[in-house]
Write a protein that binds this ligand. Structure first.
Ligand code: FAD
Length: 498
């Protein structure tokens, strides 16, 4: 293969118009739009995956970068607020905990808050629930929400994915993004460099470009079919490979958290929006067939089913390279872990921000491509470990699925984290990792790990001092949360004001 020609990057072609395609279009148009000629190709006939409705707080940063007004966004996507994820039946049938987005307690110079709470529990001085020391956790439990001043609540959104893509389209087109409707039937390459030259559409048009962003979803038409980048399969660690999704009418008040309800061979999501509820069963096809999954979902949803359930198949894993030649894969084309911690939209955002940071204005350079791929791989592996934790650390042994999850081999990086926490209650976050210490702690405690030897600093406090320290935090959380309005009433008023 010839060396890459140093062509300046001016013409960007985005293949695909799902959440990934339109997030990339919006971000590039807003930041580099005047320098670029951006075309997005999508096919209404093929459609989008249509799920992906729970997000994490980093989406606020993306909207800030774009200058998106939160009330307008929420009104357009019929969004609600999200303070975390409630995990039901994960540790054991009947058990539940919340992984919230907030900070729990207050750290000390020498030790994290969990050590003081663990010592407090040992001595009968602490509340049984770790989350009682966290505003977001308590607000989620109490079904309350409001924007708070100063170090307010850390929140994300539940949104309607189809409406979100439409909203981003209406944001991007006035900034100059050209949308082309059509089916990509061929991807044409330069004979010398092996780079992509153009997309050929069903009606004969050719869309030429310098840089191609593959947002074609699981099809991965450019990065997979054309560029031949292999897929690293993680299904030996992440057993679920299927989902069935259904939307239902709302019954009852919308809670400000995603419900993740473990079942016999996977889990079920419930995502409350303003106008409906998104539901789905994630399952391992080795243990449950599609018809049984559909039937089980329909039995377990609440409210009228608004459309027939849809089955989606996926392979957990990632592309060995997200960027090869002049093709960058963002979104499902680049990989998919699974939806448990709502990380895919975040990964789209990271993919496009990273592209901006390494943007090949003066031509593509191998060192930039390598760095992009190195960072992407690292980021995905960290998230993968966090998800595997939920399946592996469980007391459930009621079905072959859970017995296999408990006994499966896990990545060495995860094993090391679990052992450290089990032994001493310690967690350390490496730079640029998505999940902070408090996320790991909440899930490890929630899944049932009890550290053997919490940090000795907490022993230095006498009973009275420790009680005072813990109660001060808990009461502060109660004073903040209890006067807040009900979540749904707040959303109605907030969005009604647009
Ligand atoms: P798609 O939505 O599939 O879009 C692909 C685009 O490519 C479409 O516009 C399509 O028309 C176009 N296309 C494909 N082939 C062609 C062709 N030949 N010609 C022209 N156009 C073409 N993420 C979260 O962050 N939170 C969640 O809660 C969450 N839940 C999920 C649940 C499930 C079961 C699954 C499978 C995923 C979930 N995700 C979630 C992931 C999320 O749905 C995706 O990351 C997000 O929707 C982005 O998808 P995409 O744009 O990459 O692909």
């Amino acid at each position: 293969m010839q060396p890459t020609p140093p062509t300046p990057t001016r013409r960007i072609v985005i293949a695909g118009g799902g959440t990934a395609g339109w997030m990339v279009a919006a971000c590039l148009a807003k930041t580099l739009g005047r320098k670029l000629d951006i075309t997005l190709v999508e096919s209404d006939e093929i459609g989008t995956v249509g799920v992906g409705e729970a997000t994490i707080p980093t989406l606020l940063l993306f909207h800030e970068l774009l200058g998106i007004n939160e009330q307008e966004f929420m009104a357009a996507t019929l969004a609600t607020f999200k303070l975390g994820i409630g995990f039901e039946h994960w540790r054991a049938p009947g058990h539940q905990y919340i992984h919230s987005f907030g900070l729990t307690g207050r750290d000390h110079w020498t030790a994290g808050f969990q050590h003081f709470w663990l010592k407090g529990r040992e001595r009968g001085l602490a509340s049984a629930e770790y989350g009682d020391y966290c505003t977001e956790h308590r607000a989620a439990r109490e079904n309350r929400f409001a924007h708070l001043p100063k170090a307010g609540m850390n929140y994300a959104f539940h949104l309607d994915a189809t409406r979100y893509a439409r909203f981003l389209r209406s944001f991007s087109e006035p900034l100059g993004v050209k949308r082309v409707e059509g089916k990509i039937v061929d991807v044409l390459k330069h004979a010398d460099s092996g780079h992509i030259r153009a997309l050929k559409l069903d009606r004969g048009a050719e869309i030429a470009g310098d840089l191609f962003i593959d947002c074609t979803g699981f099809r991965a038409l450019l990065i997979g079919t054309t560029m031949g980048v292999r897929y690293e399969d993680w299904s030996h660690w992440l057993p679920c490979d299927s989902a069935v999704a259904a939307q239902t009418a709302s019954v009852g008040e919308a809670v400000p958290y995603t419900r993740s309800i473990a079942h016999e061979c996977g889990w079920q999501w419930r995502i409350p929006l303003q106008h409906r509820v998104g539901n789905g069963m994630v399952y391992a096809s080795r243990y449950l067939d599609d018809d049984a999954a559909k039937a089980t979902l329909l039995q377990r949803v609440q409210g009228e089913v608004l459309a027939p359930p849809r089955v989606l198949k996926f392979r957990p894993g990632q592309r060995e390279e997200a960027w090869r030649g002049n093709c960058v894969a963002i979104g499902l084309a680049g990989g998919f872990i699974e939806p448990l911690e709502s990380t895919s939209i975040h990964l789209i955002q990271r993919g496009v921000i990273r592209l901006l940071q390494l943007f090949p204005s003066d031509g593509i350079c191998a060192a930039d491509v390598d760095e992009y791929n190195r960072q992407t791989r690292w980021e995905m592996k960290h998230i993968r470990d966090f998800i595997v934790l939920h399946y592996h650390v469980t007391q459930r042994d009621d079905t072959p699925f859970w017995r296999d999850c408990r006994s499966m081999d896990i990545p060495a990086s995860l094993r090391q984290r679990i052992e450290l926490f089990q032994e001493s209650g310690r967690v350390f976050r490496a730079p640029n990792e998505l999940f902070a210490e408090n996320s790991w702690i909440q899930v490890m405690l929630g899944q049932g790990i009890v550290p053997r030897r919490p940090n000795a600093t907490a022993d230095m406090m006498g009973d009275e001092e420790l009680r005072h320290f813990l109660e001060g935090i808990r009461m502060g959380v109660e004073r903040t949360v209890m006067p807040l309005p009900r979540h749904e009433a707040y959303v109605r008023e907030y969005c009604g004001a647009v």
